[in-house]
Design a binder for this molecule. Sequence first.
Ligand SMILES: [Zn+2]
Length: 484
Amino acid sequence: MTCDGAIRCASAVLSSSLDSASRHAKGPHEQGPRITRPRPRHSATPSGGMSSAASRPRGARAPPPSGYDRQVSTLIKQVRVFDGVDVLDADCVLVQGDRIVKLGRDLSAPAGCVVVDGAGGMLLPGFIDAHVHTPDQGTRDEGISALRQALQLGVTTMLCMGCRYPDFVAHLKALQQPDLADLRSAGIAASVEGSHPTQLFDYYPTLNGVEDVAPFVHTRVSEGSDYLKIVIEDSSVIGKSTPFLPPEVSAAVTAKAHSHGLLVVAHAQSRRFVAQAIESGVDGLAHQYVDQPLTPEFARFLKSAGVFVVMTLAVYHSHEGVELANDPRVRPHIDSRWMDILCSSVGGQEQFQEYGLAAVRPLRDAGVPILAGSDANNPGTTYGASLHHELDLLVRGGLTRTEALTAATAAPAKHFRLPDRGRIAPGLRADLILVEGDPTVDIDATKSIARVWRSGVAGRGAAPAAGGDVLIQRALDVGVSIPP
Ligand SMILES: [Zn+2]
């Protein structure tokens, strides 16, 4: 199929009546009512100022988190090891400092090594949520809450797909604490006045034409954007009509970003705009399209274009967020400030749900890389927890459990150019999750988290979680010993 063929296909406009459903929050790309947002109120970072992450060259190794000790080693034994792609013939993983140094069977513990008996659970790479939004109120507590909650629930890296305050995000990126998820961000997304997400803010930088492209991209680079996001959206999927980024501008932004070495992802929820994004040369899609069913033919077109797709099924199944909120393995780790959002839902999503789930199998069969992304913090989602929801939905849509786990580990690491994580292998960051049970047999087991390590430091599980339930406590009872 050609792009022209794709563009010619009729775009079915969904009849979701989000505005009329007053008891519901707005749709996945309309985060609540328009509000005047204060400038972020943050203090200088503990590590010497918020500019450090922004000024660090992209791809440069992040400084180790506080709490990191090069001399400390940890042997995790009696585990099954999922390395991001396969289950390995190994039952031990040795960590030294912030790195994985050895895998194998019956490894012996070096002197002074912390030994963690995994009691037959599974060790996985820390999860990467490939589509979140950092809290946009811009308060330090809020940002830290989001990062902490994510890590507690096994998400060691969050990829922000658009924010309002890049300086605030730079501040969060610089924190580098073992109890907080690592963060990457697109910063401010490229859009036009009147299009998404400008309706959410009193002021949002936009492009008026190709003449604005070079300064726009240059500013994003100087702010520390790790990749760029373009928004091609006329809001027809929610029954509205707004301006949208014209093809010549989406192509120019993509080319300019590529010239700066930035990856480009596109928000496009209609098939015609996905086709425009592909024509523009983007590297990936921040959603699959939901205005009509995704056909096997279009899936092969996406494969031939070499793009990846972040599915964001969880945000389309917002009515299921309340189940997460009531899961005793998850609930104790949800900050009360996010609970109402997780328990809220969006009306009129039935067609998005149907088309979203039905898109998984043709994309998989065509060989299109599928990445797990929750679109937290939209209604029905929240940080960390909703990545588990996304995994469940990917399996319901047709991925094997192992493929779903890859979509949250090795695949996002590869496609977002994070070669130091997403796998369990010697030399990589020791971002690890220990779970009770085997998620390659039952994907629900990802929620039964016993421990989370970020860069070799236990960010969860070193002490029983406050208010933790019986299942988590039992998992924590696997035991820690420090040999002489
Ligand atoms: Zn989003």
